[in-house]
Design a protein around this ligand. Structure first.
Ligand code: SF4
Length: 273
């Protein structure tokens, strides 16, 4: 199993995206865990097989994925500008967005407008799209991830996860726990808030009844870290079985699965194969 130090060194030297880094590890069959892997195998074992063992790519990428990526890159530009003392420039951000999503959907442009109006004020920007590797001990492989935004005010840190979608979906505690652990270890933070900023796809901001944006400070449970390790250990046990056998059951909610168009086990509704 590749060690934490080895992966840390490789990530520090990596000049591409964290997605490119994890795909390289997948091609080499290098062991690692990530929030995305846990979510994939928890959703359906066969989805994990398709996504990480057979490495099937969805072509074209689903709209929610492409839009989410374009939004994250634009939000990152906004916060990098803020770290240099520049206030959000909506025109610049929309032009940047247009180079990443052609043509950008009106919902995407509106999400960027809303983000510019709801920027985190009064914080120092410490990290933007910051990739990380953390050790999870000897029994588990290193965990890789990327924190959307890290802020600091005095001795208090905050880690922010940006989410986009048709509706607010709330936070997944595991993701926030991993981000917070990275901030604790990297910056020696004894106090770190975990915040989820959610942007809802809205085509006309003047005609909405429900808000297009919500910011939630998520209170993690006292035993959040041990619960996270247990959840990762369960996922890792399942992943090892799939990778060893090259086989998996299909048992997810196929109607919600992004792989249903290419999955030979897809069915309408719940399945167990
Ligand atoms: S389509 Fe269904 S069986 Fe196939 S990977 Fe998705 S959830 Fe699993």
């Amino acid at each position: 199993m590749a060690g934490y130090r080895e992966l840390s060194k490789r990530l520090a030297a990596w000049t591409g995206t964290i997605g490119g880094f994890s795909r390289k590890l997948d091609r080499e069959n290098t062991s690692y865990i990530s929030f995305s892997k846990v979510v994939s195998v928890e959703f359906c074992s066969y989805r994990y097989l398709l996504e990480y063992v057979k490495r099937r790519r969805l072509r074209p990428p689903p709209a929610y994925f492409a839009n989410g990526q374009a939004f994250h890159e634009t939000a990152a530009r906004m916060y990098r500008g803020l770290s240099r003392g520049m206030s959000p420039d909506e025109t610049d951000l929309l032009q940047f967005l247009a180079r990443r999503a052609t043509p950008p959907a009106i919902e995407l442009e509106n999400a960027v407008r809303v983000a510019a109006q709801n920027i985190h004020q009064g914080w120092e920007v410490v990290g933007v799209e910051e990739p990380f590797v953390i050790s999870l001990g000897r029994a588990l492989p290193p965990c890789i991830g990327v924190a959307d935004l890290i802020l600091r005010r005095g001795r208090t840190f905050a880690v922010v996860d940006h989410k986009t979608g048709r509706r607010f979906s709330g936070a997944d505690e595991l993701q926030l726990v991993l981000y917070r652990e990275h901030v604790r270890r990297r910056y020696g933070a004894s106090r770190c808030l975990t915040i989820v900023d959610e942007y809802r796809w809205v085509s006309d901001l003047t005609k909405i009844r429900k808000p297009a944006f919500q910011r939630q400070v998520v209170q993690l449970r006292r035993n959040a870290w041990s619960q996270a390790i247990q959840r990762i250990a369960n996922a890792w046990s399942e992943i090892r079985e799939i990778e060893k056998s090259g086989e998996a059951y299909g048992w997810g909610e196929c109607f919600r699965c992004p792989y249903k168009g290419i999955c030979p086990k897809a069915s309408i509704g719940f399945t167990w194969w």
